[in-house]
Design a binder for this molecule. Sequence first.
Ligand code: G3I
Ligand code: 9MR
Length: 586
Amino acid sequence: MKLKKLLLIFIVFCVHTILKAQPSEQIKLNQLGFYPNAAKIAVVTGGISASNFYVLSVNKNDTVYRGKLSNEKQSAYSSTKTKIADFSACQKKGMYIVYVPGVGNSYTFAIGDNVNHAAAVATLKGYYFIRSDMQLDAQYAGKWARAAGHPDTAVLIHPSAASAQRPEGTKISTPGGWYDAGDYNKYVVNSGISTGTLLSAYEDFPAYFDTLKTNIPESGDAVPDILNEALYNLRWMLTMQDPNDGGVYNKCTNAAFDGMVMPGVTKLPRYVVQKGTAAALDLAAVAAQASRIFKKYEKQLPGLSDSCLAAATKAWQWAQKNPAMEYNQNAINLQYEPKITTGAYGDKNFKDEWFWAASELFATTANKSFYDTVYSRMNDTLTLPSWNDVRMLGCYTLLRKKAILPAYAANMVQTFKERLIRFADNYIPHVSQSAFGTIMGQSKKDFIWGGNATAANEGIVLLNAYLQTGNKKYVDYALTNLDYLLGRNATGYCFVTGIGTKSTMHPHHRPSVADGVDDPVPGLLAGGPNPGRQDGCHYDFFEPETAYSDISCAYASNEIAINWNAPIVYLANAIEALQKKVSYWK
Ligand code: G3I
Ligand code: 9MR
């Protein structure tokens, strides 16, 4: 028996050595690795006959764990068949591979503390790389150093945005801010949820972020890097407010998308377009949140907190006077020249923006009138955040700040707490049926344009349920979605550029295409599988879970965007912050 066992181990070694050079793409796992005491799952795809798997240590080449693969599962949203390798019991720190007879070995991964640190830091640093108006120095940007992009100091008032004080053609200065995505335009609506999510990450984990450095130009100052990064965009958002009336322009944009060139190469005119209710309320929400966060940095950033609150209040008042100002780009283009054909972010329903802005203003000012608005929208159903649905962000804030809210809000906040927990709990029973063991992918609707942000936002819901209950199971379930984004998914890709072994290489991102550097700009999350394939580009797979194409043409699945990076910044950093704290993960 013993001899047989030894022989088997020997065979495993030999096969392993032969296959070592070429990991099998059939084994999907978080390519960074696993915390010693947390769950460890690899998913083997492709209708395989093996029933056992082995975890081999890379350095010593010995088998540290052997286990049984699960029964075969049929994935719900693709033809993929899976067997799950659960090696959670393998807790020793080190570098490993999973070996499956007949299939081969996985990518090398770590078991250790801080395994997701690289994802946490890279995704936050990703924002530095998409700053619009400053030169990126090699000291911070390495081989992705580049010249400044669009200065946006002489932006034209588009006829759709003309007012008595600022007639068509007036030049205004609206510099800075992040580029939205693979394109070079800057959109207030999408900036709202993105900046708000970064600020929320800070508010939920301040001690962790106080010491987190990402090597950005501001890293040496007394303000945490995540706040410096958020501030870079917030300052731009504030310039999008018309000081004459408090209204907020929807975007600062070219008339049409630039070609696939470096930022700043084209010198075509830039415009601010029509003001909008969603833009005003999103600015109100973010500025109100920023006002309370930056209060403690009065010495470093004198007056910032007050001016944020003033801007938020003015934007709110403008929205009250203009409660239905939709950004309808098609209608605008029938009326005005030049026609604007860049992203619309044309939300039509502002109920959630009212709720979010009122929640932030209430949490910052404790003014009863904002409570009244929140209360009036209480019965709206909670939904997962996206650029056009920000209600949940208000809910997070009310819960986060419940201790400082006036006593009359207590019952309402309690109701939101129960709803949030129910929302999180609804995800959990489905995980055991999932072919990838993740929260992500329980609905076909998870696989949309930017569906990777769905995965990350689901993780944030779960983490907020943890913050409200202290129940660690929510962190475990949130981790399944981080694992999903970093490789445990039907495509087998780690969707964050620059980390992992097989990650997105050709995002629809102009600098990544045009900079002459082979590696894509790092720290950016691709949109992910999207069977809509609205880009009309080449796809090898069409099913919801697999409709992902790592070619720069494929913007419907392989673009990057600030509203997708923000939730993975939250998710990866929150999990890193918590693994230091959650005792069973130590
Ligand atoms: O609202 C419908 C929903 O009712 C329906 O069930 C669902 C089915 O597919 O579609 C929903 O509409 C989708 C909409 O996003 C809202 O999520 C559209 O199909 C989809 O085409 C649309 O995609 C947006 C895309 O722009 C095109 O407008 C993405 O969310 C949005 O992230 C993306 O944003 C672009 C900017 O415009 C420009 N900059 C790059 C950025 C990222 O690609
Ligand atoms: O680069 C653009 C990307 O940011 C948008 O998400 C996408 C959809 O609006 O459009 C991309 O631009 C393409 C345009 O729509 C059609 N001509 C080719 C452009 C670059 O691929």
